[in-house]
Each structure stands twice: as C-alpha cells, then as structure tokens.
Design a protein. Structure first.
Lengths: 63, 525
C-alpha cells in the first residue's frame, strides 16, 4: 500500500487537506487543531524503555 | 532551605509538558525553585548550577526523569511533590473516552488517510519514527534535532524514493497549505513561495512579507542540514519542483545559511531552469555570478523580502535599508550615555539564523564577532563561556536544547545570560530576537520585561547605561498580539526595530557611535 499511497501524495501535499499524526510534543497537536487541521496525537514513550543500545539491537532484529 | 531530588527511572514526558509542570510547581507557596526535567547532560548541569547537589543526579541516564525541588519548609516540599505526582499522572478519562493511541499504527486506524507525520521525539529515536511514517506513505515534518547527518541522508533518500517530502530534521517551521507546522506565524495568503533551510529565517521573511502587505503560497522548511554536501539539497530541490508546479506560487524564495559548494551548484542549477522569478538568500555565501544567471541574490533576510515583494509587484523603497533619521538620532543618543568601558554588542538569540544574520551585519561594521555559530571558524567560542568582545550566541543551538524546550518557549537560560551580560562592564548593547506565533511562548514580553528591567538596574547601580535592542518576529494575527508585545517591550525601554538586520545595524551604531555612521548609511545590504 505504501508505494501506491506514496506516489499519490507527491501530487498532493501542497494541495490536499492536511491530516496529521503528531508524535512527540503535544502542543504541536493543539496548535494544528486550533487551525482546524484533523490531527491524532500519539501518546509516545521511548521504545525499549529508552535504552538506546537495546533499541539498536531490536532494530537489527527487525522488531 | 531544604531540597529534595527524586529520579524516576525510565519515565518520559516531552520537554514542553515538563517545562509547564516545572513552572506550576515553582509557583506553589513556599517553593523557591523547582525543575522537572529529563536527565540529559545539559539538564543535569543546569540543576547543578542551580544548587541541586545529589549523587542520584549524576547516576541518572537520559531516559530518566529528575524532579528537583527547593522549599522553605518540609510541608511546602511535601505538598509540591504530591502536586508533581498529580501533574505527571495521566489525565483522568471521562466515561467512554478511549485511551489515546501509543503508536503510529494505532493512530492510523483513527485517521487512515493521514498524509503527514509531525515528529518531535528526542533525536536518538527520531529516525525510527520518521522511517516508520515514510513506510506508511506519510510525508514527514521532523522537528527533532540531534539526528546524525547519516540518518538524515538515509531518511531523505527513502522519502525521495517514495515521492514523499521529509522536512527536517531540526525543522522548526513550515507553512503547508496555509497551516503552520511547528513554530510559525499567521501569514496572509499570497503568491510568494519559500523554501528554507532555516526556521527563524523563514519566520522572519514570511512575517516581513506579511507586514509589507503581501502574502505567501507555501513555506517549506528543509531542516538546517539539507544543503550540506552529504544531503545535497534533496528536500530543497523536491520543494522547488513542487513550487514550480504550484499554480498559486508566482515567485520563489530560497533561504539558507551558506550551503556547501557542490550542493549550492546543484540547487542553483535547478533554480536557473525555473519558469518563475527566484530570489536566492544564502546568508554569507560567496555565490559566483555565473551560478546565478537570471536569479536575484539578496544578502540579508530583509533584503530578500524587498526583492521578493518587488518581483511579486510591490516596490518597497530603495535598495539600501536606510535607518530612519529619528532612529539614527536615538541610537547616537544611546551611544553618548555609555561608559568608557562599554564597547561591545552582545547578541543573545533564540533564532539560529537571526544570530548568523546579525554576525553578517555586525562584522563589517564592528570587526570580529565571536559566536558558538560563527561566520568564520576561527571566531568560534563555547556557547556557555563568558562573552568575548562582540558576541552573538545562538541559544537555540543543540547544546542548549537537549531535553529542554526551545528558547522561544523556555526563556530561562537566555534570561540568565541577559543578566550575566548586564553585569559585564564591557557590554554596551544587548541585542535580542523575539518570536511570536504558534509554538512560541504565550507572552514573550512578559518573560523578558522583568529581566530587562533587572538588567538595566544592575548596570545603573554600577554607573552604566545598558541599551537593549530587539526585533519582534510576528504579525498582528499571532495569538500573542504583535502590538501588545512591542508596546510592553518599548515601555521597558527596549528599542524595537522592524527587522533583525536593522536591529543589528542599530546595535552597531549604539556601540560604536558616529564613526560607523557613514558605513551604515553607505551600505547597500
């Protein structure tokens, strides 16, 4: 799905209505909502409990 | 006075949420200072400078959170700790309300046709999140800093391959389809399209265009590393191609600090083929005229605005941004009030490009300017070292923001530095930038005015007169209110200038007096 969707997006990012997933600072989601942008905020936590070494290992394993 | 330090293992909240919690706790009765921060190296140092001494601080890792509170008595401290716990616990949900998604995949179930991910997680996790978003077919606005160049190259190649735009990393601002992403201002719709490797540069030019009565079609941020040799301007070139096809865009403006030579050639080659007029504002770059062809070059951000407006059909006066006579008179009067020891301009910036632009303006007028982000490598100083001669410090540089909110939101480190400069008998002028708009502090003037008053009083006690010059990046549509903010600053005897470059010119004039007047008047920036 990603290939097809990706190609379509190239045509549209400057003209299509923005629909946003916000990951991180929650006030960015609030600011977008106040501009009438549809946004879903992700309650993000560091993966692997924030252990960067563990994260690298998980990435190597494709997890 | 009693203090308590608690380290919460593997606990995360974003820097802005933590700043708000810290501010709330600091205001509780009996509390003298409080900080709730992620345990980055910078934050651990700031805590130690604030007098929090505890072995647990040294042992904490970047994935841990530190709660540090100082109170007059134990009961206040206990109450503050309880309140901290309450603020850190997840908000209570009303019946039927669903828990928010905790991953991109879960979020996409709620908004399956999402076309953009806005990502601002700590740098070490940013590539992972951005790559996942790209794989799901989303464009990405990557605010996170501390992402390596190698990771940036990998992400941008992946985005390009999929026909997606990756704005960032370290991308502060974009205005896409008239919606502000990250930090940005309320700008009128119009025909000028911009692509910028500089967040505050983009804010400055878009607000100046708005103030000139014109508007923008799109403003695409690329992140500061895009025009490096390694990245090769991937996002700027993609953005250019999009603006070339965009019907609303009639004029294109490119903004960056000096690009690498190879990348500059590549970007300008694409720009030269454009059917639309193009303004190139590569601050401080030595662009060979043969590379420009029909492209129009601008040396400062206000000059880029002037040229862009002219190409869009509105002439904004002469080529030289002449300082009005009344302002010259005020600046020279300020100069006369200085003590003999007061010789130097001390610029303290939240905006990296505004810092850089000030150096470009100041150096020919005053001589060497030292900076943590210098225009000449030999003038590099540590950002946290005491200022040396004429200095411009980028307080939004990565060294100041790891695990902390950006200085456009969190004024504490810059405010501390303003007082430090005020105590230095060699400081003549403090030059600052103030940003309004989405993402910025709700009341920048409210943060600055008490500190500026204190700084002026400190200088006065020592028999000196301290000048403070500022420019406010904002429009009347910004929620903080441009007129209110400028009024509050003016009332604190801050000299407000209409652009950052102009603020730098006036600062030079205050520091050096009549002897540089001809240079300022004759300069055709």
């Amino acid at each position: 799905m990603s290939e097809e969707k990706g190609n379509k997006k190239k045509e549209s990012i400057l003209t299509e209505e923005l629909k946003v997933v916000n990951i991180g600072i929650s006030t960015f989601a609030d600011d977008l909502r106040s501009q009438n942008v549809e946004v879903v905020h992700v309650d993000w936590k560091p993966p692997a409990g924030g252990d960067v070494e563990m994260l690298r290992l998980l990435e190597k394993l494709g997890l | 006075m009693i203090t308590r330090v608690i380290v919460k293992k593997s606990t995360y909240r974003d820097s802005i949420s933590l700043m708000k919690i810290s501010n709330s706790i600091s205001k509780l009765p009996g509390i003298t200072q409080a900080a709730v921060v992620m345990a980055t190296e910078l934050n651990r140092r700031v805590l130690s400078e604030a007098g929090f001494v505890d072995a647990a601080i040294g042992r904490a890792s970047t994935s841990d959170m530190i709660v540090a509170i100082e109170a007059k008595e134990a009961s206040s401290l206990d109450a503050a700790l309880a309140e901290t716990e309450r603020l850190l616990s997840p908000a209570e949900k009303t019946t039927g309300e669903k828990a928010p998604p905790t991953s991109l995949e879960e979020a996409l179930k709620l908004v399956p046709d999402a076309n953009l991910a806005v990502i601002s997680v700590p740098g070490q996790f940013a590539k992972r999140e951005a790559m996942q978003a790209l794989s799901k077919g989303l464009n990405v606005f990557l605010f996170s800093s501390n992402v390596s160049r190698e990771e940036e190259v990998e992400l941008k190649h992946a985005a390009k391959e999929k026909g997606l735009l990756l704005m960032g990393p370290d991308c502060g601002t974009s205005i896409v389809n008239h919606k502000v992403l990250g930090f940005g201002n309320a700008i009128r719709e119009g025909t000028i399209g911009l692509i910028s490797a500089s967040g505050t540069g983009l804010q400055e030019v878009t607000t100046l265009i708005h103030k000139a009565g014109l508007g923008i079609s799109q403003a695409i941020g690329t992140g500061g590393g895009d025009l490096s040799e390694e990245v090769g301007g991937i996002t700027m070139i993609q953005g250019f191609e999009l603006l070339e096809e965009d019907e609303q865009t009639k004029v294109i403006v490119l903004i960056s600090k000096p690009p690498s030579l190879g990348t500059m050639e590549k970007v300008l080659e694409v720009a030269r083929r454009s059917r639309k007029p193009v303004v190139v504002n590569f601050l401080g770059a030595d662009v060979d005229p043969s590379m420009l062809g029909k492209l129009r070059q601008a040396s400062t951000l206000d000059d880029a605005t002037r040229v862009a407006c002219e190409l869009a059909g509105v002439k904004l006066g002469g080529a030289a941004p002449v300082i009005p006579k009344e302002t010259m008179a005020i600046a020279l009067a300020e100069h006369k009030k200085l003590a003999r020891s007061q010789q130097y301009v001390r610029g303290l910036f939240s905006g990296g490009t505004l810092c850089y632009e000030s150096e470009i303006v100041l150096q020919p007028l005053l001589g060497e300017v030292f900076s943590n982000a210098p225009i000449k490598a030999e003038n590099k100083v540590r950002g946290d070292a005491p200022s040396k001669k004429h200095s411009c410090i980028d307080m939004g540089a990565e060294e100041f923001v790891e695990g902390r909110a950006h200085p456009m939101i969190d004024f504490s480190l810059r405010n501390k530095r303003i007082l430090q400069e005020a105590r230095d008998p060699e400081t003549a002028v403090i030059l600052i930038d103030v940003e309004l708009g989405y993402g910025s502090n709700a009341d920048p003037a409210g943060q600055l005015v008490p500190v500026i008053q204190e700084a002026k009083a400190l200088a006065k006690e020592a028999g000196r007169h301290l000048s403070v010059v500022a420019s406010v990046v904002g429009t009347e549509g910004d929620f903080q209110g441009l007129a209110n903010q400028e009024k509050a600053l003016s009332e604190a005897e801050v000299l407000i200038m209409p652009s950052n470059a102009q603020a730098a010119r006036v600062s030079a004039l205050i520091a050096a007096g009549e002897k540089i007047e001809p240079a300022i008047l004759g300069r055709s920036n």
